[in-house]
Design a protein around this ligand. Structure first.
Ligand code: BDP
Length: 682
């Protein structure tokens, strides 16, 4: 009813469905006592217990009959050892698992080479049960495609969350780490069940107070949080302040080449690892949006990150260094500067200089999580540097969890994008899984969308983004529909009408949001600071470097090499040609790459101005249809949930009108061109 259990709701299965097939497996056999395996057993027994409405017994030995057996290979569980031969075992990577039916006893057997693999296997089995899959022929092998599957909290010690739209932090309150970790534990379950294995718990903007997390004042409490995540096989990281030696260390500099600074970080790493032996490492935002960094000392980002990497290296720790580095105080009259270029310009020349325990974390687009951006040309451009991709689950620019926007289709487009980094077959997903360049470390990171709202994400349907992110990080080849279907069935149960209605709502939602907001890839027509709602010129004459250059003749940013900022030339091969030319540039990114007259004809056959009018009128109609589609589900979902989502959708439909009217009016006045269909524009 509240959405608190999210996709781990485990709706009871009615007799006659798969009930009988599942009910024979009402005993779990597990011989190992490891903490993560204990979690797996507990999750299985609770989950299956809820699905079947009966108590599931757990035993250490097999008394015969059909059971669920789980364990590591060679870990002492006879059924596991008997079921999986050498071939299967060698196909299972560190966090992977196999699940197979033992034909002799009819048992379901989950085996893995590590305890985390057993946990993922248990959650996989629960997913099969709660989406009512047949299990009598099971023979599954799964390995995560990405090594690091991380979530970034942007939580502050005072309990606020930067860009949080679902309440306050579950980690911090009143400048302390929360003592009741129940909610943190429940979050760990959600993350592990979707396949994630790493978390940084504090905001990348680390201010003075949060800098102290790596001191004796906070480390004992951080260690308690780490212990909760450890039981779900999730590694804990901290965001650190680059200027810590100054802010908390009493030094007079944070120069990365200063021996005293290096020594300070080495001692700090020793202290952190003494408290948390399996600590993951540091996440760093440096020289970005007023945060300190190596530039202060005329050093570069290789110097800065390597210094930290050297300190963490003896403990196996890593430095995740963000590439969101740009000048946020640029002179808006200087039309030659281009924020889109910044990450590539800063980092590409440093390729080859980073230690092997540094990973560069690159946002999916060159600007900042807009509803539509091209893919960052930096990803894949550094052949000898570890890289991971950063997505934003929290809907900062995509409706702030008041509007519906299922982001998995957007992420899929990014992951499938062909970069030509090493010729054809160089998709983003092959770069960030480390396979293209043979990286030692790689993976996914994303900014979380949760807070202490009872349903975690504010808008209940925004849970699909959190779940979908984890599933994609595990396997980027899953389709957006497959993920949505799993999520709907697990969250709401299996009512077929509900599945198809919610599925279509989710799948349409990104394009609806895009339709009534900023057009054709130009981005940024939002209110400054909080980024909710339309404000066409809000950023136009500001220092942040986010412009659309609309005047009475046309709109868009010329980023070509021939006449513009040259950003298009950061792309390789055919991508450069495609974006450089106004003829071949895809419609949806036209205004990101080109400045064109309002009468420019798109590939769709419409002029730019008519496209703006049409999409904004249609976007509102489609947002209204979302309300009606959801209304049709009355009785198929709990009353509270139905009301809650209905209210958000109504707000969205109303707010979409505000977007429509402001954008259409603005362009009507700028261009003086009337709507060809004669609709009312103010
Ligand atoms: C922007 C957010 C800002 C973050 C920044 C970042 O507006 O709050 O601090 O990204 O990623 O999207 O560091």
């Amino acid at each position: 009813q509240t959405g608190y259990h999210a996709w781990l709701e485990f709706h009871p299965i009615a007799p006659g469905e798969r009930y009988d097939q599942y009910a024979v497996h009402s005993r779990i056999v597990c011989t190992e006592k490891d903490e993560v395996i204990r979690t797996a057993v507990q999750e299985l027994s609770q989950g299956i217990g809820k699905l079947l409405g009966k108590e599931i017994r757990v035993a250490e030995s097999d008394a015969g009959g059909a059971v669920i057996a789980l364990g590591t290979f060679g870990g002492g569980n006879a059924l596991v050892d008997r079921t999986f031969g050498e071939e299967t075992r060698s196909a299972i990577k560190p966090e992977g698992f196999a699940i197979k039916i033992d034909q002799a006893s009819g048992s379901i057997v989950v085996g893995a080479s590590s305890t985390s693999g057993v946990l993922y296997g248990a959650f996989h089995l629960l997913r099969l049960f709660s989406t009512k899959q047949a299990v009598n022929e099971l023979d599954v092998i799964e390995n995560p495609v990405n090594m690091l599957r991380m979530i970034n909290q942007w939580d502050n010690i005072d309990g606020s969350i930067e860009r949080g739209y679902a309440g306050k932090s579950i980690f911090f309150e009143n400048n302390r780490i929360t003592t009741d970790l129940t909610r943190v534990r429940d979050y760990a379950r959600l993350l592990a069940s979707s396949g994630l294995n790493a978390i940084s718990i504090n905001n990348v903007n680390v201010h003075k107070w949060e800098s102290k997390f790596i001191t004796g004042e906070y480390l004992p409490d951080v260690a308690k949080v780490a212990a909760v995540f450890r039981s779900f096989s999730i590694k804990l990281f901290l965001s650190v302040n680059y200027a810590s030696p100054l802010e908390i260390g009493g030094l007079s500099t944070a120069d990365p080449l200063d021996p005293a600074v290096r020594e300070w970080w080495r001692a700090k790493a020793a202290e952190v690892y003494a408290a948390i032996p399996d600590f993951g490492g540091f996440l760093v935002k440096a020289d970005s949006e007023n945060r300190p960094g190596p530039f202060t000392y005329d050093r570069d980002h290789a110097d800065g990150s390597n210094m930290l990497a050297e300190a963490l290296k003896p403990y196996g720790g890593i430095v995740i260094w963000r590439c969101f580095v740009y000048n946020c105080k640029q002179d808006w009259r200087d039309r030659a500067t281009d924020r889109a270029r910044a990450a590539y310009d800063h980092f590409k020349p440093l390729d080859g200089r980073f230690m092997d325990n540094v990973i560069l974390q690159v946002k999916n687009g060159p600007m900042d999580f807009q509803v539509r951006e091209p893919v960052s040309p930096l990803i894949g451009a550094m052949e000898t540097t570890n890289q991971m991709i950063e997505f934003q689950i929290t809907q900062e620019y995509t409706g702030q969890q008041r509007h519906l926007c299922y982001l998995v289709p957007q992420w899929k487009e990014v992951l499938d994008f062909e970069t030509y980094a090493k010729g054809e077959g160089s998709s983003i997903k092959r770069i960030v899984d480390g396979s293209l360049h043979g990286n030692k470390l790689s993976g996914f990171a994303a900014v979380s969308n949760i807070g202490d709202d009872v349903n975690w994400t504010g808008h209940l349907l925004a849970q699909a983004n959190l779940y979908g992110y984890g599933r994609l990080a595990w396997n980027p080849d899953l389709s957006a529909e497959e993920i949505a279907e799993e999520w709907i069935r697990m969250t709401f149960g299996g009512d077929e009408k509900l599945v198809s209605v919610v599925m279509s709502m989710l799948m349409d939602s990104w394009s609806i949001y895009e339709a009534y907001t900023s057009p054709l890839g130009v981005g940024w027509m939002v209110n400054p600071d909080h980024h909710y709602g339309p404000n066409v010129d809000g950023y136009e004459y500001s220092k942040w470097g986010t412009y659309h250059f609309a005047d009475c003749h046309g709109i868009g940013v010329d980023r070509t090499k021939a006449t513009g900022t040259g950003y298009a030339a950061q792309y390789k091969g055919a991508n450069y040609d495609t974006y450089e030319s106004v003829e071949s540039c895809p419609d949806e990114l036209l205004l990101f790459f080109h400045h064109v007259p309002y009468t420019h004809v798109l590939h769709s056959g419409q002029t730019v101005i008519q496209h703006i009018y049409n999409t904004h009128f249609e976007g509102v109609e489609r947002a209204e249809q979302l309300v009606a589609r959801w209304a049709s589900l009355e009785g198929s979902v709990g009353e509270l949930v139905h009301k809650h989502v209905g209210e958000r959708l109504a707000e969205q439909a109303g707010h979409a009108k505000e977007w429509r009217d402001m954008i259409n009016t603005y362009f009507f006045r700028k261009s003086g061109i009337a709507d060809a269909l004669g609709r009312k524009i103010y």
